[in-house]
Design a protein around this ligand. Structure first.
Ligand SMILES: Cc1cc2nc3c(=O)[nH]c(=O)nc-3n(C[C@H](O)[C@H](O)[C@H](O)COP(=O)(O)O)c2cc1C
Length: 212
């Protein structure tokens, strides 16, 4: 499989076979993830690999509870129901053989510091950070991981939905690295047969502009 074929074959997988993913395979995917570009090469990522089914499923319970708690903010029963209707989307990592937790730290921008010290307006400072470079670097690494996993015969799902429970998740898994926060997670395993197909894309005419 070449890179183009891996890009085309990758799709989000939310149901997995009960098969262990060997540690050396996960390490290979992570090594390839870290080949990604990152802003000023700060490599502001950190990965925590969970392979214990009990912990993974407890994490799904924690995300559900957190989602329910957030749902209490909704003022009507109808809104609470709509809020809860996406819970499967946030907990599809339940029963996955592995989940890779992706942590990120701040992108240190020297010019931000200089301009702030020189009393730049908040508008100028906001413009500097609006590309969210730290998050973009994390996304590049995750995509590399997904493509490597596809090439190696695994299914994945890139997820940010469960991160609202990051505080409770950190207590569960006992991970606390100062300066790092949970940005996303990747459900990983051998895909079940007949998982949902990749949804169609918007036509290029809708999303591309050439300026000659
Ligand atoms: C930043 C990001 C966050 C996502 N979060 C979730 C999530 O929380 N739960 C989920 O099931 N899928 C999540 N997805 C997967 C998308 O739903 C999926 O990529 C999209 O529907 C297109 O389908 P495909 O990946 O099969 O091409 C996320 C994808 C991205 C890029």
């Amino acid at each position: 499989m070449n890179v183009i074929e891996a890009i085309q074959a990758r799709k989000s997988v939310r149901k997995f076979k009960d098969e262990v993913v060997p540690k050396e395979d996960i390490l290979k995917m992570l090594e390839l993830a870290t080949e990604a570009p990152s802003p000023k090469h700060q490599q502001n990522w950190n990965f925590v690999v969970l392979t214990n089914r009990e912990i993974i499923n407890k994490m799904a319970d924690i995300v559900t509870e957190s989602h329910e708690r957030l749902g209490q903010i909704a003022k009507t029963e109808k809104d609470r129901k709509i809020h809860m209707s996406v819970i499967k989307y946030y907990t599809c990592f339940r029963n996955a053989p592995a989940v890779v937790m992706v942590y990120g730290s701040e992108y240190k921008m020297i010019e931000y510091k200089i301009l702030k010290e020189n009393d730049a307006s908040q508008e100028v400072l906001d413009t500097l950070v609006s590309p969210q470079s730290a998050a973009q670097g994390i996304g590049a690494a995750v995509e590399n991981f997904l493509l490597a996993a596809t090439e190696m015969g695994y299914g994945t799902c890139y997820m940010t939905g469960p991160t609202h429970a990051k505080v409770e998740i950190e207590i569960l898994i006992g991970f606390d690295k100062p300066g790092f926060e949970l940005m996303s997670m990747i459900a990983l395993g051998v895909a079940e047969e007949n998982t949902a197909p990749k949804p169609p894309r918007k036509p290029l005419e809708e999303v591309v502009t050439f300026i000659d």
